[in-house]
Design a protein around this ligand. Structure first.
Ligand code: SAH
Length: 363
């Protein structure tokens, strides 16, 4: 329910340079080192530069005050620090904040900052649009345009970081924004390496969750990074007949292959896999669906995260009434499957993935 009208601020963004320059956040740490050495600067300057990029919340090279002025000028002539413009910045009554970022060619992407006591979670996007076509999701309604680059994804994290107070820091990352992260896996891995390394954002892999529609080969690849990232799989249905209808790519994959890949993820990383299940009234919320889901997950080290459908104006799906949701939870728990219901954040600012971008593209 909307309890307060959102405060919407349009930020003027003076720091957006010419689009032809390279995005500095696209560079890996070793590429950054190479650049510093190739320009004749001592190696330690690369470490200083990294610190400015990830820890010090600056918006221009000029602000990197302990780098020599000529080096800052060189950086500014060769690179852009932030390549996108802030198209809109919304703040919800629960202090959830959402940025709509304008990329080149009129493309846009979204990212969200969510506050809870002792926890600041950011949600980031990995593609412009999405090719998966899940029938209840706003992100895929306009199809897929392209993958985001590592720099475009990291920029979301760093821009959100600039919104924090000095006593706040990002504690958790969820890769649950627009797009299918495992369809852009190399870029996502580069971003997560930067996010989790101490020289980068220093957010432990166990505090980072990647949500996927369920691409088995990519899940196996993701299992073998040597890191303990969390994996969430968007199951949404306990059988192939229903899943084919809700998640169209399922007809080429199937629930069994996804569960096999999830088992491998758990065996290799030791991390309990989360299965997301969007509750759609009178579609997948029957007691028999809960029983079937429990059957499917029995004996697995799994957790079910139920997501009440976030209304999308053009779509005919709705969240079930609360007692129905509680009944679904109770059936899973009686069967020994841990389950939780996702809390809604930023309800008054279109914070669910893809909604703001969809509105913008349609207007
Ligand atoms: N492509 C990834 C990330 C998608 S967004 C994936 O499929 O997991 C993260 C979660 O939000 C997914 O589980 C997605 O299915 C779900 N979601 C999408 N639209 C939604 C809506 N309108 N209401 C509730 N959940 C939604």
């Amino acid at each position: 329910m909307i309890t307060e009208s959102p405060l919407i601020t349009q930020l003027a963004d003076a720091s957006t340079p010419a689009a032809s320059l390279r995005h500095i956040l696209d560079l890996t740490p070793s590429e950054l080192n190479d650049w510093v050495v190739a320009r004749g600067w001592p190696k330690f300057r690369a470490g200083q530069l990294q610190k400015w990029l990830f820890h010090r919340r600056v918006t221009s090279f000029e602000q990197m005050s302990d780098l020599p002025k000529p080096m800052r000028e060189q950086l500014a002539t060769e690179f852009q620090l932030f390549a996108a413009e802030v198209e809109s910045h919304q703040v919800a009554s629960d202090r959830t904040e959402k940025l709509l970022l304008k990329l080149g060619n009129g493309e846009t992407t979204e990212c969200v900052l969510m506050r809870e006591p002792n926890r600041v979670t950011v949600c980031i996007s990995t593609q412009v649009g999405c090719a998966m076509g899940c029938v209840f999701c706003a992100s895929g309604m306009l199809g897929l345009k392209r993958n985001l680059s590592p720099g475009e994804i990291l920029e979301q994290l760093l821009r959100l970081q600039t919104l924090l107070g000095l006593d706040e820091r990002i504690t958790n990352i969820v890769v649950m924004g627009i797009g299918e992260p495992l369809a852009n896996l190399p870029a996502v891995l580069q971003v997560l390496a930067a996010a989790s390394s101490p020289e980068g954002l220093g957010i432990g892999a166990r505090h980072i969750t990647v949500s996927t529609v369920g691409l088995p080969a990519r899940i196996r690849e993701f299992a073998h990074t040597g890191k303990q990232y969390n994996l969430a799989i968007s199951l949404h249905a306990p059988n192939n007949t229903l899943r084919d209808k809700l998640v169209p790519v399922n007809d080429k994959i199937g629930v069994e292959a996804i569960l096999d890949a999830a088992d491998e993820y758990f065996e290799v990383t030791g991390r309990r896999v989360t299965f997301e299940y969007v509750l759609l009234a009178q579609v997948n919320d029957e007691p028999q669906h809960a029983q079937q889901l429990a059957q499917l997950l029995r004996g697995r080290c799994a957790h079910v995260n139920l997501i009440p459908m976030n209304g999308v104006s053009l779509l005919p799906y709705h969240e079930p009434a609360a007692p129905r949701t509680q009944q679904f939870v109770a059936i899973l728990e009686q069967a020994g499957i841990p389950a939780s219901v996702r809390k809604r954040k930023g309800a008054d600012i279109d914070a669910a993935c893809g909604q703001l971008r969809l509105k913008h593209e349609k207007s």
